[in-house]
Design a protein around this ligand. Structure first.
Ligand code: NAD
Length: 377
């Protein structure tokens, strides 16, 4: 089913507004689509930075009224979605702008799902294709370069009571428009640049080593990985390098395009349990777990990892496939280290939680992954 879905689901891509100052074109576009009232979903960090000010002025000038929901938390919750949904209806909104990282974008998608299916709760839409009805126009404006949510079918929501973090997957959640304006990520602090960038890398790598690849996902994964190899450390250490920021935005978008078709696997499954149980930021969890899981997969992933090592040029012609694969994993570890991302998740895991975390991670992980039977025992 997964493999067939990767090839045949009605995939579409968001229409892109790309490049510096592309955000300034959005208000007129929204107006042209005939929308008068919109809900903006964001978070407190974005509001404090004043990142949205230009957009708000632009909307007013274009005659589009808006209401702002700014209480989204990292690892957004069902409560976030319900509060934002209330604002949507109370203000008779007709469309949704998601402004921020993956958390506001996923919260906005959750609102869209609830508008489309008012009689289904968020947990009832968990899993695959439970919406199947158009959501209101969704305009995604990523301000981190990592999740790729602006291009994906996924909304990841946390249940703050059960500590479960789960995904709602439906092609109707792919935003109609995405704005990739590098000006929005210029002030992203180094630590968030690093961890979100490693999230994008995890998407591209997990999709590449899975078994649901198409020609397009292979191409997108490889392009994303090359861009990350060339630009992530530069964006981390020199945040005002516009070109590096622009390229990381593109890498993140391509990571979204590839993993939403070819899936993610055990790294994400484990990261989601860490997010749900202990609020570990998603990118940080992925960054730490990625090399460990790749090592655990062993020889089942040597071939694709060797190809990626060749792609980024860390190999020599005389290296065996195994050596090349190990060099790729070493590159990931070295990059984490250079960006001060720790090698382990320390000080948060409570031992008694581990059996439930393992259970949830195994249930979530994609059965088409390289060693599902070994891990499933
Ligand atoms: P985030 O959205 O949680 O943001 C993290 C922090 O960065 C926040 O405090 C925010 O205010 C701040 N921030 C955002 N942009 C900034 C900027 N330009 N300058 C300064 N600070 C800024 O982080 P994220 O990593 O983008 O998103 C994580 C969430 O996305 C997780 O819940 C994860 O599960 C989800 N996710 C979703 C998908 C998907 O396809 N839907 C894919 C991967 C991850």
């Amino acid at each position: 089913t997964y493999k067939i879905a990767a090839h045949f689901l009605p995939w579409r891509k968001p229409e892109l507004l790309e490049g510096e100052h592309s955000l300034s074109k959005l208000p007129a576009l929204i107006r042209r689509k005939g929308l008068n009232h919109v809900l903006i979903v964001t978070d407190q960090g974005i509001v404090k930075l004043g990142l949205m000010d230009g957009l708000l002025h632009g909307l007013t000038a274009a005659g589009v009224s808006y209401v702002v929901y700014d209480q989204t938390v990292p690892n957004p919750t069902i409560e976030n979605v319900e509060e934002a949904l209330h604002l949507y209806h109370a203000n008779r909104c007709e469309g949704i702008i998601a402004f921020g990282g993956g958390s506001p974008m996923d919260c906005a998608k959750g609102v869209g799902a609830r508008v489309a299916r008012p009689h289904k709760t968020i947990p009832q839409m968990k899993g695959q294709l439970k919406i199947r009805k158009a959501i209101p126009s969704l305009f995604a404006i990523p301000t981190t370069s990592g999740t790729g949510s602006e291009a994906t079918v996924v909304s990841v929501i946390s249940n703050s009571k059960t500590h479960e973090k789960f995904a709602i997957n439906d092609t109707v959640l792919i935003p109609q428009y995405a704005v990739l304006d590098p000006a929005l990520t210029m002030g992203l602090p180094p630590h968030i640049t690093a961890t979100t960038g490693m999230d994008a890398l995890t998407h591209a790598v997990e999709a590449y080593i899975g078994r649901s690849n198409t020609k397009e996902t292979i191409r997108c994964s490889r392009e994303a990985i090359s861009l990350i190899f060339e630009n992530l450390f530069e964006a981390y250490s020199n945040g005002t390098n516009k070109n590096a920021r622009k390229n990381m935005q593109k890498a993140s978008y391509l990571g979204g395009i590839t993993f939403t078709r070819a899936y993610v696997g055990y790294v994400h499954a484990i990261a989601h349990t860490l997010g749900g149980f202990y609020n570990v930021p998603h990118g940080q969890a992925n960054a730490i777990i990625l090399p460990h899981v790749l090592e655990y997969y062993g020889k089942s992933v040597y071939k694709p990892l060797a190809e990626l090592a060749d792609l980024i040029g860390v190999t020599q012609a005389s290296d065996s496939v195994e050596i090349k694969a190990k060099k790729f994993i070493k590159w990931i570890k070295d990059l984490n280290k250079a960006m001060h991302i720790p090698a382990k998740v320390s000080g948060v895991i409570v031992e008694e939680d581990i059996p439930l975390m393992v259970d949830r991670a195994l249930k979530e992980a994609n059965p088409l992954y390289p060693v599902p039977k070994i891990l499933g025992k």
